[in-house]
Design a binder for this molecule. Structure first.
Ligand code: EPU
Length: 444
């Protein structure tokens, strides 16, 4: 639900704030599944959650309005807007277009109560520091999928000349003006790359970032920054060069389609012998997943911004190993595992990005899957018929995997803790219902 509130200094403009009020403990998703369910129809893919979050943070780098289009209306976006409103953001949302305006900073402090809701909010640190010379941001804690430290973000900002101290769970950063540097990431990090590109955009002199992550969301951010006046070379490459400018300006920018929502619906088609037409997507961002699905037997046709998937009766087992882009995405691992429970044979799924990203396995076992976890590998024995049960969603992609499993499990599946799904999938029940699934939300 969205609430309108008048903007203080300009009554002609409205600020639309989110009041995404619900009590997660009483919301559950109920699926009436069928082993022979076939999903059919059209589905439109929303904008990318992981592209819009850094783009929101980037709006802190300028005093001019930044207009973003194709915004996914998901909870993480509203959490980030809430946090940034405390920092001085004024925004207006019309449909899926968002105008962001940070004319002046009201506070350089991002509190733990908001940062803990979403790790990506840590990305406000660099822009605040670069534009205002100071930032205090709560240090993100642990996460359901692994420890997820921010040491590489911090080390990079220090190399750009930030004086960083840690006090009472907060990271305090100060710098008169950041100074360009030559920085090599020890390991590929999506958030770390985004963070340093934003900070370096306003630094004095040249920054060279090496061993950068190459996810499309990072390129989408770089393209926004370039429109804002940043001087960036090597977009999408492992080495990115940024020549800092004195100030950045406003821009108008399109958020890329969500490649993980795309992949999730492709798996839904493959899993249900379905016939699904995805529109508004970007097939070139999800090629590794498309390739794996084709090997597993699904027929996938790509035409411009649309993808058509037809599932096959015989699903072939496939080993997958998650790796940074353009490798197989960790964010598709849980969903692909569900598909492999229906394959004719054994598949080995190796998770190399996060330490604890097999939390969905115990829940899939409750639905009747046969999976053994050995360190970073999950051995999935197919084909096992699934039967509906009550399960708990532990994180965003785990929730998606449990919904997929529930679709083909016989009888009723109840997914608890559904607040995770709302973080990153827009209207997932509605989209699945449009394809013929029997799925709804229970509010008690
Ligand atoms: N890492 C460090 N130190 C750091 C940063 C990262 O050791 O300072 C490690 C992480 O612990 C992890 C690896 O490096 O083992 C990769 O982490 P990365 O920084 O690339 O991940 P992220 O930026 O925190 C983003 C997505 C995740 C996605 C990962 C990997 C956003 C908002 N989040 O996280 O998305 O899984 O990249 O592709 O972009 C999701 O959407 O469900 C999700 C978790």
């Amino acid at each position: 639900m969205l609430r309108r509130a008048p903007r203080n200094d300009n009554p002609s403009c409205v600020v639309i704030r989110a009041a995404f009020v619900y009590n997660p403990s009483v919301e559950r998703i109920r699926i009436l599944g069928r082993n022979d369910l076939r999903l059919k129809g059209d589905v439109r893919i929303s904008g990318s959650k992981n592209a819009v979050l850094p783009a929101l943070a980037a709006s802190l780098l300028t005093s001019e309005p930044v207009r973003l289009h194709n915004i996914p209306l998901v909870k993480d976006v509203f959490s980030m807007l809430k946090l940034m409103t405390e920092l001085g953001l004024e925004y207006a949302l019309e449909g899926t277009s968002l105008t962001l305006d940070v004319p002046k900073i009201l506070s350089e402090e991002a509190s733990y109560s908001l940062v803990k809701l979403m790790r990506a909010s840590f990305l406000v640190l660099g822009p605040l520091l670069a534009r205002f010379g100071k930032a205090i941001v709560a240090q993100p804690g642990g996460c359901a999928i692994g420890p997820r430290p921010v040491d590489l973000h911090i080390a990079g900002l220090q190399r750009l000349g930030a004086n960083i101290t840690f006090e009472h769970g907060y990271v305090k950063a100060e710098a008169d003006r950041l100074q360009g540097a030559d920085i090599r990431f020890e390991k590929k990090t999506v958030g770390g790359t985004e963070h340093l590109v934003m900070a370096a955009a306003l630094a004095r002199g040249e920054t060279v970032l090496r061993n950068c992550a190459q996810e499309p969301e990072i390129s989408n951010l770089c393209e926004l920054l370039i429109k804002m006046g940043a001087r960036i070379e090597g977009v999408g490459e492992e080495t990115i060069r940024i020549v800092g400018v004195e100030q950045l300006g406003g821009a108008d920018h399109e958020i890329i389609p969500d490649r993980i929502e795309t992949g999730t619906f492709l798996v839904a088609g493959a899993l249900t012998r379905g016939d699904i037409h995805l529109t508004g997507t970007e097939p070139s961002h999800i090629l590794t997943t498309i390739e794996k699905l084709r090997y597993s037997g699904a027929v996938i046709d790509v035409e411009g911004k649309a993808i058509h998937v037809t599932g096959s009766a015989e699903i072939r087992p496939q080993d997958v190993t998650t790796s940074p882009y353009p490798g197989f995405p960790t964010d598709m691992q849980a969903q692909f595992m569900v598909l492999m429970t229906q394959a004719a044979g054994t598949s080995i799924i190796t998770e190399t990005i996060f330490d604890r990203r097999f939390q969905h396995v115990n829940e899939l076992l409750r639905l009747g899957a046969t999976i053994e976890v050995m360190g970073d590998k999950a051995v999935v024995h197919g084909r096992t018929p699934l039967s509906g049960a009550e399960v708990i969603a532990t994180d965003l992609r785990a929730s998606a995997s449990l919904i997929l499993a529930g679709l083909i499990a016989s009888g009723e599946t109840i997914v608890n803790d559904v607040e995770h799904i709302d973080r990153g999938y827009e209207r997932i029940e509605e989209k699945l219902r449009g394809l013929g699934a029997r799925i709804d939300r229970i509010r008690e």
